[in-house]
Structure formats: structure tokens, C-alpha cells
Design a protein around this ligand. Structure first.
Ligand code: M6R
Length: 366
């Protein structure tokens, strides 16, 4: 059932080209540069006219939600707030019939996410879901939604659920940008064509998994890791750190790169690997200065960067080059080497990769 792989997690990482393609299939119309999301047809008008979108989720799905904020703001010019479902439900959350609540959940059963959804519903908001498990409680309780079609995810560490959630969010944001008349035609066309190429580019990254396996050997016993990213790759930094923590039990933190100066820089020394996700063009110079700051303190740089970005590659000690893509779609590529890195480190440490201690696949209790 693991299809020849030693763990479900590795199988699911390698399934991503297929999972993303399945997620895009029938939705992405490359010829006509349009997107169809059948599950949203009935509520599209309301969504197009919404004043605000609130996204609630937990864990990895919250990281997708954070990317959703960046995507909806950039492509659809729609104000977004992203909430930890557990915080939203216990706060005096201001939400009403003018708002749309979008919950993101692989399992569709996460207790806090379900409670946040019910709160929003009680207050009259339109509720939407992005779920993987068909017929799950959240999928049934939302007014409308989009399935990720990633196939069953068994490993506790979420991998293909994340990249397919982000694919759905990107499609939703492009569609909304088009319908709201705020997305330039040529840019929308480029994004749709590029989304179509993503499965092939993920495949290319996976073909390089051996170099990440080799690199992982050198960091197996690092006590701490820092992950830095900006804009679209800040949520990826958070996700990379979570992945490492949950399966290898190494302490890791993700930060927006500029925040390093406001505290975490004090931690950097020759024992500290720093994973820099430098794959967005307009922040490249800033990331380069962050890399230099880390190097000046003898931190060890692992860079996830565009394969043409020689400036970053020359500075880094280790490189995971990724194919060039549109900035806002880069998380679909940059997250892959981070999944592999955490996987190989956890295996080297003899950890139970598919069922890490203290964790459940689906958190149905508070
Ligand atoms: O099923 P959900 O997407 O609602 O689950 C949310 C989190 O429990 C989940 O993403 C968790 O953080 C994963 N173990 C991360 O890999």
C-alpha cells in the first residue's frame, strides 16, 4: 500500500505531481485562459462582491491560508484576514453577513476549524471550504467549496494536502481577480499557463531528491534550525519549520526574513543551519543581505532558490535550485525540498516518520 516507498510520507511527497495535476484537472482551461470551479458556481456572485474574506484553519492548513491572504490580496484585491481557528472561535470575532468565511482542512474534521466555521455561520457569513476528504463534516457543513482531490493522505505530516490547497487558493484568487475586473488579462493568462506547468516542475525537483538526501546527512544532529522567507515564501518558511519539528523533533522556527534582526539573529552561530527561501524576484536583494548577515555570524546557509539565481547560489553553502516560475506560485515549488529535507533528517534520526509521537492525523478534540 506504500507503493514501494518505505513511508507514506515519502510516497505522498512523490505523488505531488499527480495530486496537483488532479487538483487542476477540469478546472484550469489553458486554451481559454479561464478557470472553472464547479463547487463555487452558486455562490460566485456573493464571493465577487464580498467586502472581506476571513480564512480560518490550523497547522499546515493555516499556512496555506496565510498564502491565500497574499494571493487574494495580490490577484483579486480582496482584503483578507487569516485566523487560527482556535483563536477565532474564542475571540470576540467580528464577522457578519457581509463577510465570507473560508475554512481550509485536509481532513475536514479538525475540531477548532469546525467550531470556527459554525461561529461564522451563526453570524450569517457565507461559508466556504477547501477540504481533501470528500463528505467530511466541514465539507458538508459549508455552503460551498472546492475539493483538493489529492487522494488519501496517510502520513501525519501534511505534504500533498498543502500543495493542492495552495493550488486551489491560486485558482480561486485568479478567478476572483478576473471576475472582479482587477487582474490584468496578460498576467492572468501567464498565471494559468504557469499553473499548468507546475506538476512538471515539481517532478523536476523530485528528480533531484538524492542531493537533498545527501545534504540531510550533514544536518541530522543539528539542534536548531531557522527558516527565513519573504512575501510568498514566508508561509513556506513557517511550513518548512513545522515539518521539521513534527517529524524529526528538532527545534525549528520560521520567520519573515526581515524579523531576524528583531530577535532571532542572537541565536545564530556556527551550529545554526539557516534555510533561506529566496525565490521571489522583487525581494531578492533583501534576501541577499539577510544571507550576508547570517554568514557574518558563521551561520550555515541552505538556499532554496531559482536555478538561475547565481548570486544567491554563490553565497550559500548548500543549494536546492528550483525551476523558475511566477513569484506568487513559487511556494508550490519551494515547499518540496523542505518536505524532503525534513523527511530525510527524520529518517536519519530513526524517528517514526508517518506517526510522530504525540500527534494524530486528525485533531478532532480541542
Ligand atoms: O486536517 P486539517 O488540515 O484540518 O489538519 C490541520 C492540522 O492538524 C495539520 O495540518 C497538522 O498541522 C499537520 N500534522 C501538519 O503536517
Amino acid at each position: 500500500e506504500k507503493g514501494g516507498y518505505p513511508h507514506f510520507m515519502l510516497k505522498e511527497i512523490f505523488e505531488q505531481p499527480r495530486a496537483i495535476a488532479d487538483c487542476l484537472r477540469g478546472r484550469l482551461d489553458v486554451e481559454n485562459h479561464s478557470i472553472q470551479l464547479g463547487g463555487l458556481v452558486d455562490v460566485l456572485d456573493k464571493l465577487v462582491n464580498a467586502k472581506r474574506l476571513v480564512i480560518a484553519a490550523c497547522g499546515t492548513s493555516w499556512h496555506s491560508g496565510l498564502l491565500g491572504e497574499y494571493l487574494f490580496e495580490h490577484l483579486a484585491k480582496l482584503p483578507v484576514e487569516v485566523e487560527y481557528a482556535s483563536e477565532f472561535r474564542y475571540r470576540e470575532a467580528l464577522i457578519d453577513e457581509d463577510d465570507v468565511m473560508l475554512v481550509v482542512s485536509q481532513s475536514g474534521e479538525t475540531a477548532d476549524t469546525l467550531a470556527a466555521l459554525r461561529t461564522a455561520k451563526e453570524r450569517g457569513a457565507l461559508t466556504l471550504g477547501i477540504c481533501n476528504v470528500v463528505g467530511s463534516t466541514i465539507a458538508r457543513d459549508t455552503d460551498a467549496g472546492v475539493y483538493t482531490h489529492a487522494g488519501p493522505e496517510i502520513g501525519v505530516a501534511s505534504t500533498k494536502a498543502f500543495t493542492t490547497q495552495v493550488s486551489v487558493l491560486a485558482m480561486m484568487a485568479i478567478l476572483l481577480g478576473q471576475k472582479r475586473g482587477v487582474l490584468e488579462k496578460e498576467y492572468a493568462a501567464r498565471l494559468i499557463e504557469e499553473l499548468d506547468r507546475i506538476p512538471g516542475k515539481v517532478e523536476q525537483i523530485l528528480e533531484n531528491s538524492e542531493s537533498i538526501e545527501e545534504m540531510a546527512k550533514l544536518f541530522t544532529y543539528a539542534p536548531n534550525f531557522l527558516y527565513l522567507g519573504r512575501t510568498y515564501n514566508f508561509p513556506v518558511a513557517l511550513e518548512g519549520a513545522l515539518k521539521l519539528k513534527e517529524i524529526s523533533y528538532i527545534h525549528a522556527e520560521g520567520y519573515p526574513a526581515a524579523e531576524m534582526k528583531h530577535g532571532p539573529i542572537a541565536l545564530i552561530d556556527e551550529m545554526m543551519p539557516v534555510v533561506v527561501i529566496a525565490a521571489t524576484d522583487h525581494t531578492n536583494d533583501k534576501m541577499i543581505s539577510n544571507i550576508e548577515e547570517v554568514k557574518a555570524r558563521k551561520g550555515r546557509i541552505i538556499a532554496i532558490t531559482g536555478e538561475d539565481n547565481e548570486e544567491v547560489m554563490d553565497l550559500a553553502e548548500f543549494n536546492c535550485p528550483i525551476p523558475e516560475t511566477e513569484d506568487c506560485l513559487s511556494p508550490l515549488l519551494t515547499s518540496i525540498p523542505l518536505q524532503l529535507l525534513s523527511y530525510y533528517i527524520a529518517v536519519n534520526r530513526g524517528c517514526n516518520v508517518d506517526q510522530p509521537r504525540n500527534l494524530a492525523k486528525s485533531v478532532t478534540v480541542e
